[in-house]
Design a protein around this ligand. Structure first.
Ligand code: NDP
Length: 315
């Protein structure tokens, strides 16, 4: 495994991180989930991602249980707050009340005293940014959160938060968690430049476009029975990617990978990691073999010629 510094901090995260959306506590059996997390740890992955809302807290419980047997200093764990956790008016968002209560609920489920990274899962238009940042700053001062992150915030929202943090001397954002893969590249235009200027890294989610960039979904064929697309508990989000245009590009990309003697998933992960501002590619995995295949991407360096070829396919 290789490790990169997270933004302007001294923290190092593995180039591949493992997440738990739609998988642990949901479509993947607990015993398998723990085997996947163990495999990731064994292969040097030190960065694990979850959220209060994933399977309504069940994902946090499993990730916490799996990691508890390892020394706390050997892994970095991130969780998030924003999406509804109940039907009440204060069961969502980034208000002081919800953030404070949710962090404690997450710590309880994870069975931890602190999380390494606490993300604002989305921007909350209904709460002043200074209220949220001051609350997380309080949690940092209480030793319950080490680093502050945001997820899917725009460049303008990130700049607003930096301004507020500087004005009130609050802990600054050091990581953003956006979606980034060959088919979803909006961060390249504004988010990455603003983050680069301000010592903020990206830990990017869905780098394999939920498995589409492994090549296992084929034009005109049913999805493999053991895949996310075939699983009614998890397939709602992947459907929009399973169209002929995307799958035809995947076929071309598979050829590029084959010429390099690597798999498409390794090509896709090496491609997001070509960006120095990306600290880690945050994958999901439903079985240990997927992690084994994917971590090999850290040894792949893509030449300018290959990158041009990829641009040609994606154009
Ligand atoms: P990926 O793009 O890495 O897709 C992961 C899925 O692809 C796996 O669960 C598996 O699904 C399949 N897969 C992975 N590797 C292989 C392989 N080598 N061969 C075949 N299939 C493979 O990421 P996700 O979309 O799952 O997101 C990753 C993480 O990012 C989440 O767990 C979560 O922690 C985070 N996330 C954050 C969000 C946010 O708003 N901040 C939103 C979404 C995700 P299967 O085997 O079931 O087909």
């Amino acid at each position: 495994m290789k490790y990169r510094k997270l933004g302007r901090t001294g923290l190092k995260v593995s180039e591949i991180s493992l997440g738990s959306w739609l998988t642990y506590g949901n479509s993947v059996e607990k015993e398998t989930a723990i085997r996947v997390i163990d495999k990731a740890y064994e292969l040097g992955i030190n960065s694990f991602d979850t959220a209060n809302v994933y399977a309504r807290g069940e994902a946090e419980k499993i990730v916490g249980e799996a990691l508890r047997k390892y020394p706390r200093e050997s892994y970095v764990i991130a969780t998030k707050v924003f999406w509804p956790m109940g039907d009440g008016p204060n069961d969502r968002g980034l208000s002081r009340k919800h953030v404070f209560e949710q962090l404690h609920a997450s710590l309880k489920r994870l069975q931890l005293d602190y999380v390494d990274i606490y993300y604002c899962h989305r921007y909350d238009k209904e709460t002043p940014v200074d209220e949220t940042l001051r609350t997380i700053d309080d949690l940092v001062r209480q030793g319950k959160v080490l680093y502050v992150g945001v997820s899917e915030w725009t460049a303008q929202q990130i700049q607003e938060a930096l301004g507020v943090a500087d004005r009130y001397l609050l802990d600054r954002i050091v990581v953003n968690q956006p979606q980034y893969n060959m088919f979803h590249r909006y961060i390249e235009k504004e988010v990455i430049p603003v983050c680069e200027q301000n010592g903020i890294s990206q830990i990017v989610f869905s780098p394999l476009a939920q498995g589409v960039l492994t090549g296992k979904y084929k034009r005109g064929q049913q999805p493999p029975a053991d895949s996310r697309a075939a699983d009614p508990k998890a397939n709602a989000f992947i459907q929009r990617l399973l169209n002929d245009d995307v799958l035809a590009k995947v076929e071309q990309l598979e050829k590029v990978a084959a010429e390099l003697g690597i798999t498409l998933s390794q090509l896709a992960l090496a491609w997001v990691l070509r960006q120095p501002n990306v600290a880690s590619a945050l994958i999901g995995a439903s079985r240990p073999e997927q992690v084994e295949e994917n971590v090999k991407a850290v040894d792949v360096v893509l030449s300018d010629e290959v990158l041009e070829k990829i641009e040609g396919v994606l154009a």
